[in-house]
Each structure stands twice: as C-alpha cells, then as structure tokens.
Design a protein around this ligand. Structure first.
Ligand code: SF4
Length: 346
C-alpha cells in the first residue's frame, strides 16, 4: 500500500490535564498531565499503533485528538473532505473549530469503542444503531438510510437480514462488527480504534482485524490503533508509538521497532509478548516498582525509577524525543548506545 506524503492528521504538542484548581472543600487539587506534549503525523491509508501500560494516556490521547475531550493546549490539524467542501481546502484546525465546524469534522473522524456491549443502544434495532449517524446528520430518507446500512453490514460480514434485530441477539464478535459498520456510516477518512478487538475471543479478533485491513485497503482509511496487545498491533500497524506516563517515548516503523527497540521501556514491554510456535521465551524483563504518580513524576527521565540502565544524567536531564535514525525516534539519552533485546514476535 502506498502511503501519501502529506499527513492527513498532524498533532503537535497536544496536552490534556485533568484536576487542578480547588476541590469542594477549598483544597488545591493536583494537576494530572494525562497527555503531555503528544506529537504525531498520520498519513492517509496508514495505521499507527499506540501502545503502553494501562493508564499511560493512550485512550485520552485518542479522544483528545477527536475533541471528545477538550485539549489543554497544542494543535490538531486535519485534512477533512466534508470540511473542505463547506469551508475551503485548508486543513481544519480541530482544536479551534466551533460546534458547526466540529460537526463537519466528525463525519470524517470517527472512533470505534472498546466495549461492543455498551457501544450499541440495546433499545434500538441494528438498523437504527448503525444508521444513527445518518439520521443525526439529516442524510437521506428512511429507505436510503436502510440501503446504506445494508451495504455497510455486508462489508463487515453481517447479513443485511439481521438489521431488524436487537443487540442482545448478537454475539460479541457480531456486535463489534456492527460498531465498526456504524463508525464507517459517514465514510470517514480517519478512525481511532480504541482497543477495538480486546474484548473478543482470539479467533474472532483475527476476523475483525482482517475486516479492518480490507476496509483500509479499499477506502484508504487511516487508523490510530490503540491497544495493549503488541502482537495485534504488529499485525495491523505501519508504525508504532510507545507511550509512558502521558508521553511518547519511542516512535518507529513497526518492523524496526520489534527488531531493534531503542528505548528500555519498549524493550520491557516486548519481553512480555510470547514467542510464536512455542519457542522458548527468554526471561521476561520485570519493571521495578509501580508506575509513578503522574501528578508528581520523577525528575529528569520519567522512566528512570523503573529503568535498569538509568545513570546519574537521567536524574537531572529530561531526554527529548529525537530522531536517532530516519523515521525512528526515541526519548532516551543512551538510545544509540544501549544493547537492547529485540521482541520474540518478529
Ligand atoms: Fe533509562 Fe536514562 Fe534512557 Fe531514561 S534516559 S530510558 S532512565 S537510560
């Protein structure tokens, strides 16, 4: 697949803080930087995987990019087809968009939520659930909307005859296909897939992933694919960004990241992935201690309290995310020098 050179989406120094100001009792509340200076370009037809431990800020980053959460600072620029039709060809400034502009942008930027059970309204039929974005945007009459829903259900491997059934009549895999169909109703060009297959059995996961890959190939869709399962991320992603404590600590083409990680956190994450074909797994790298409190992160490198390679410099100096090879960025003072173990899944 050819990946266009001008980014579809450009995120620059995006920050999302929670907390702050005062509690009801007048006590100052700590500021929690859930996403800190997050920068990423995504091209049309590209999938960028976003990985990291639970609570590292992956989901918050995805939702802040779509402005489902209001950013604290930073910029998001997006080349939106529907916005361009209404307002002109410039890339839309998602952060500055007013409610009308945001409605135009949302047609082109969609999200697939993690839980297929809560993502569908149990009181509505499949046709109403999947056709909801068309109704909300006043697109087509009832017959045209049903036609569009039938076409989408077929694309995700569900029989159009199912459209008058209710969500409780479907399995988890079928519901997740319906959630994917709904995300595609308005023909978006960018989708945040937030743990889109985590709740599914392994065999169903593979089917749903293949549907996503087919849709990407036929519609040149771009994905931000948020997941904690590195094997799944490797299967679908062109590039992978690794997050720790709200920051991207490594970003690389997928094959290169798995063959030659350049950040000690990535090395530790990858050591937890079981090797294929029952090969003997080298001992897992156990990270020392717990994830630090994001409201009071360690000085210098935020990863230093758990890093087995930390040195004095890491206490006082925060490492910048820098390009160590073309297209491969890492936030570690010693990224070029450390001998790190590659993943066993390659
Ligand atoms: Fe470890 Fe230091 Fe690199 Fe941080 S900068 S990852 S503490 S070696």
């Amino acid at each position: 697949m050819t990946v266009a050179r001008t980014p579809l989406l450009s995120v620059k120094d995006l920050t999302k803080h929670f907390g702050g100001k005062h509690s009801l009792l007048g006590k100052p509340r700590p500021i929690i930087p859930a996403v800190d200076a997050f920068s990423l370009d995504i091209h049309a037809g590209e999938t960028v995987g976003l990985v990291g431990e639970s609570g590292c800020g992956k989901t918050t980053a995805g939702r802040t990019i779509l402005r489902l959460l209001e950013p604290t600072s930073g910029s998001v620029h997006f080349r939106s087809r529907t916005y361009a039709e209404a307002r002109g060809p410039e890339r839309a400034d998602v952060v500055a968009a007013d409610s009308n502009e945001l409605r135009l942008l949302r047609r082109d930027m969609q999200i697939i939520f993690q839980d297929p059970y809560s993502a569908l309204n149990p009181r509505l039929t499949l046709a109403s659930n999947v056709g909801e974005p068309l109704r909300a945007n006043k697109m087509g009459n009832r017959g045209e909307r049903r036609e569009r829903v039938a076409e989408l259900l077929e694309r995700v491997g569900l029989a159009p005859e199912m459209m008058d059934r209710y969500p409780h009549e479907f399995s988890g895999g079928q519901r997740q296909r319906a959630v994917i169909a709904r995300a595609l109703t308005l023909d978006p060009s960018f989708v945040v897939a937030d743990e889109a297959v985590s709740a599914l059995d392994v065999s169903i996961q593979a089917q749903v992933l293949n549907i996503l890959l087919d849709l990407q190939a036929s519609r040149n869709l771009a994905f931000l694919f948020i997941a904690h399962d590195l094997a799944v991320v490797k299967y679908v992603s062109h590039r992978v960004a690794v997050m720790y404590l709200g920051r991207v600590v490594e970003l690389s083409p997928t094959d290169e990241l798995f063959a030659d990680p350049r950040h000690p956190y990535t090395e530790a994450l990858m050591s937890a992935v079981p090797p294929p074909h029952r090969r003997k797994r080298p001992p897992r790298i156990t990270l020392a201690g717990d994830v630090p409190n994001p409201a009071a992160p360690p000085s210098g490198c935020h990863f230093r309290t758990r890093c087995r390679y930390a040195k004095d410099r890491c206490v006082s100096e925060s490492p910048a995310l820098r390009e160590i090879r073309p297209g491969h960025l890492a936030a570690c003072h010693y990224a070029e020098k450390l001998t790190l173990r590659p993943a066993s899944v390659r």
